[in-house]
Design a protein around this ligand. Structure first.
Ligand SMILES: Nc1ncnc2c1ncn2[C@@H]1O[C@H](COP(=O)(O)OP(=O)(O)OP(=O)(O)O)[C@@H](O)[C@H]1O
Ligand SMILES: [Mg+2]
Length: 510
């Protein structure tokens, strides 16, 4: 008997965009019953490949075989009909409908051919959501669900459509650790049920913990596919970045001594009616010239809320902010920027980038003042030179500075946001999850850059959910929980365990 064909076979897939070869000659099999990790640096072509498989983009060259038959996947709907489903992180569910309606949207069980059979709808929804451990009332409105729960609803929908291949592009990047564990567990269950899962991640430990095989792309080409069993981390990194982990940035052991206090926050509180998210209570902290202060905490600790309050994006109900000894009352981000406070926000899409505009405009929006002469004309030449400098140091992959940001890969969008703030040379720079979606090599570059910034006298506040990152970049670390500071450690004394203990400590006065 002939061996069964792979579920999906890609052969010689190529895709160009104006000025870029996104994919060249990529050949890859996906088998039923496996989880395949797709890895590679920012701009390597991962999302493009997934879009081709999910019917959202057409390849320029190559063939796609599905269960042994050559197919064209003209639209996402066609791909879905064949059993290939993409789980998006957001925007595809209808927020005002229930879980059950979203799972069966367009395919609701009907009574007498016309009316929705609500009881059956709920029962059938419960059956699929139960399969992946989503134990919520199927009539719950999707609007009230967390990102992780919405993802699960999408997976339930895929299961209800008898999908065979589930595709996820960086599904874990916006999840908490506990949610990541749950999602990886679900992937494991799907594999045991004979489905195939292909997912992209920049966290290599996730890939090695969950995948059967990994495929590595570099510059649009397939470097190789490897079984995860017995695959060393160093081999994997070498495949991804073309050099070994040792050559990635390591922070110097001896550090410059921090100078005088730049940012001083006393008794900062938020609250009242307008407050969204976690309410802050009595936050006190100082950040010195040349210092990187790390803030660690679990989801809901109030780290982002703290950043937004100092940046003037959200109101304060009490407390004071002092910058270089001068009291500051930022009522808007504009006030904060004028005074010299920068914020690289957590969600670059919603808060930081004008996606339809060129990289050049996105780069200069906040930094504009620097490039203005007599307050009238943009000095295009200086702007171009500055952008070129950051493009080189941050290795931003773009075809030209006129390219629309929406067409950059996710990690490269993040680098544009960073470059913009770096160019502004603020007194205080707050970075909220600065390397989310950024590949490991670029991550090392971002860390090095933050270090250089601190070295030039900027006070840096770094918020990160990845403890190894907090440990790697900070001089001093504070922990938060439920809107309060629960602890403080010099980086030299900090370990993941000690930070975890402080992050979960019930705050005094709560
Ligand atoms: N619609 C488009 N128009 C022009 N260029 C594009 C378009 N989509 C992708 N590209 C380019 O193709 C290349 C591959 O991008 P892709 O999004 O596939 O990378 P990626 O591996 O997913 O990266 P990341 O890890 O940053 O998400 C990049 O250089 C990107 O700028
Ligand atoms: Mg991508």
């Amino acid at each position: 008997m002939a061996a069964e064909p792979p579920l999906l076979r890609l052969d010689g897939i190529g895709k160009r965009f104006p000025g870029v070869v996104a994919l060249a000659e990529v050949s890859l099999d996906v088998r039923a019953g496996e989880v395949l990790g797709l890895l590679g640096e920012n701009g390597a072509g991962k999302s493009t490949l997934l879009k081709i498989v999910s019917g959202a983009e057409r390849p320029d060259t190559g063939t796609i075989e599905w269960q042994g038959e050559t197919v064209t996947l003209a639209t996402p709907h066609r791909a879905q009909q064949r059993g290939i489903v993409t789980i998006h992180q957001e925007f595809t569910l209808v927020p005002d409908l229930s879980i059950a309606e979203n799972v069966f949207i367009g395919r609701e069980p009907l009574r007498r051919g016309r009316l929705i059979d609500w009881r059956r709808l709920a029962r059938e929804a419960r059956a699929v959501t139960g399969r992946i451990g989503l134990d919520l009332d199927p009539m719950t409105s999707v609007r009230t669900l967390s990102v992780a729960e919405q993802q699960m609803v999408e997976i339930a929908r895929a299961l209800s459509m008898q999908s065979r291949l589930i595709i996820m592009d960086e599904p874990t990047s916006a999840l908490s650790d506990a949610e990541v564990t749950r999602l990886l567990g679900i992937m494991d269950g799907l594999r045991r049920d004979g489905l195939a899962v292909v997912f992209v991640t920049h966290r290599l430990t996730e890939a090695t913990a969950t995948c059967d095989r990994v495929a590595v792309l570099r510059d649009g080409r397939l470097v190789g596919t490897r079984a995860v069993a017995g695959l060393g981390m160093d081999t994997l990194i070498r495949m991804m970045v073309g050099r070994s982990a040792e050559q990635l940035y390591r922070r110097p052991a001896t550090r410059h001594a921090p100078g005088k206090v730049r940012l001083s926050v006393r008794s900062l509180a938020t609250g009242g009616t307008a407050a969204r998210g976690t309410v802050l209570h009595g936050i006190d902290l100082d950040v010195r010239q040349g210092e990187i202060l790390g803030i660690a905490g679990l989801v809901g600790a109030g780290r982002t809320e703290f950043a937004r309050a100092v940046f003037g994006a959200d109101g304060r109900s009490a407390g004071s902010i002092t910058l270089d000894g001068t009291r500051l009352d930022p009522r808007s981000p504009r006030d904060a920027i004028r005074a010299g406070i920068g914020l690289v926000p957590e969600d670059r899409k919603l808060q930081a980038l004008f996606l339809a505009l060129a990289v050049r405009h996105n780069f200069s929006i906040a930094a504009l003042a620097q490039f203005l002469r007599f307050g009238l004309f943009v000095r295009e030449h200086d702007e171009a030179a500055a952008l070129e400098r950051y493009r080189r140091t941050l290795k931003i992959r773009m075809s030209s500075s006129e390219q629309a940001v929406v067409n950059l890969s996710g990690g490269n969008q993040q680098k544009v946001v960073l470059a913009r703030w770096l160019a502004l040379k603020p007194k205080v720079l707050i970075v909220d999850e600065p390397t989310r979606g950024v590949d490991i090599a670029a991550k090392a570059e971002v860390h090095e850059l933050l270090d250089e910034l601190a070295g030039s006298g900027i006070a840096v506040v770094a918020i990160s959910s990845e403890l190894p990152e907090v440990l790697a970049i900070s001089d001093r670390i504070i922990t938060m929980r439920e809107g309060r500071v629960t602890g403080e450690l010099p980086a030299a004394d900090a370990t993941q365990e000690r930070l975890m203990a402080l992050m979960t400590l019930a705050p005094a006065g709560a």
